[in-house]
Design a protein around this ligand. Structure first.
Ligand SMILES: C[C@@]1(CC(=O)O)C2=NC(=C\c3[nH]c(c(CCC(=O)O)c3CC(=O)O)Cc3[nH]c(c(CC(=O)O)c3CCC(=O)O)/C=C3\N/C(=C\2)[C@@H](CCC(=O)O)[C@]3(C)CC(=O)O)/[C@H]1CCC(=O)O
Ligand SMILES: NC(=O)c1ccc[n+]([C@@H]2O[C@H](COP(=O)([O-])OP(=O)(O)OC[C@H]3O[C@@H](n4cnc5c(N)ncnc54)[C@H](O)[C@@H]3O)[C@@H](O)[C@H]2O)c1
Length: 261
């Protein structure tokens, strides 16, 4: 059977596989203690990784110093040694050092041990690149230019962030807790398709503002209609009467001014 070219999405090679890597409680090594290491450490801590920083105390960036003082990271106060890569549980290695030879050595050792590695600013020595990330609660938006223009990634990320509603993170938190409750109400595997359809309908029916305003009682109320596969609207739930037909016409036609000027 002949399939036309436009029936399925075209393949656009040359990209990266953008994933959300789960490193919670996993060990990550950062080599270096400068400005770039400070950024890498924050990225890892934001993902709840167990971070070990290998770098001499001399010349520490103040932010890295702060993380060490606050015991947010484990500090090994010396230069990198190959034995640092021993042990079965290292999820990744990030290097941010001003020594290209040492970087290449670390990269080669990581390859031998099959540990994923990022050598800051050296694309051929990266199993993965970092991106520019916007964060709002559970929401993360990452921009990658696939090595073409890191500063542009930063600019595009900020531009995207400006277009997002300020309460988006909060709305996502509410949706997260509603989904958890739903899984308690309808826990059976066989409920999967119905659960997903219902949740999709909630997200399409409720505005972000309404989701932000949703409290625990509202969730229980919404969920009480799950069995009949119904999603009641925010206004129904709050007992706000629908506008009468005449009023609706007036509202549609009303342009916000009284034509006094
Ligand atoms: C996004 C961000 C994330 C982060 O690092 O956290 C990031 N670089 C950032 C900033 C930045 N980096 C550089 C500048 C100077 C201006 C400029 O060159 O544009 C600025 C701007 C600044 O400092 O403001 C210099 C630079 N970067 C790389 C090279 C090597 C090369 O290109 O060969 C050179 C030296 C080029 C030279 O010598 O000329 C390489 C990489 N940098 C990446 C990520 C990966 C690709 C990401 C992508 O393509 O989108 C990749 C491949 C590997 C990696 O390091 O993971 C972060 C912004 C975070 C934020 O604030 O939003
Ligand atoms: N992505 C960016 O925005 C960006 C900007 C500037 C530099 N860089 C690159 O990132 C790297 C680090 O930049 P930086 O500004 O953080 O550098 P930096 O000079 O401020 O810090 C380097 C750190 O690495 C430590 N170090 C050096 N050799 C080490 C070793 N063998 N073992 C352990 N620690 C060691 C130093 O003690 C220091 O703490 C450089 O290679 C630089 O080219 C990236």
């Amino acid at each position: 059977m002949a399939i036309s070219d436009d029936e399925f999405p075209p393949v656009q090679g040359g990209g990266s596989l953008l994933l959300a890597w789960q490193v919670r409680n996993r060990k990550a090594l950062v080599v270096g203690g400068g400005n770039v290491a400070a950024g890498r450490i924050l990225n890892l801590l934001n993902a709840d990784a167990k971070v070990t920083v290998i770098t001499p105390s001399t010349g520490l960036h103040p932010e890295v110093h702060h993380r060490i003082l606050k015991r947010q990271v484990t500090h090994i106060d010396r230069s990198f040694q190959p034995s640092d890569l021993e042990g079965p549980d290292i999820a990744m290695v990030l290097t941010a050092i001003d020594d290209p030879q040492a970087s290449t050595q670390i990269y080669t050792l990581c390859k031998q041990k099959r540990i994923p590695v990022n050598v800051a600013d050296v694309p051929p020595e990266c199993d993965f690149y970092f991106g520019s990330v916007h964060r709002d609660g559970p929401l993360q938006v990452m921009v990658s230019t696939n090595g073409n223009g890191p500063k542009l990634a930063n600019i595009v990320r900020k531009q995207i962030a400006e277009t997002l509603p300020t309460n988006l993170g909060e709305a996502i938190v509410k949706v997260g807790s509603l989904r958890k409750r739903l899984r308690k109400v309808a826990s059976a595997c066989s409920e999967g398709p119905k659960r997903m359809e219902w949740m999709t309908k909630v997200c399409e029916t409720w505005s972000l503002e309404e989701l932000c305003d949703m409290d625990e009682d509202d969730m229980d109320n919404l969920l009480s209609h799950y069995a009949e596969n119904k999603v009641i609207t925010y206004k129904e739930l709050r007992g706000i009467p629908p506008p009468s037909e005449g009023r609706e016409v007036f509202e549609e036609a009303f342009d916000g001014s009284f034509h006094w000027f």
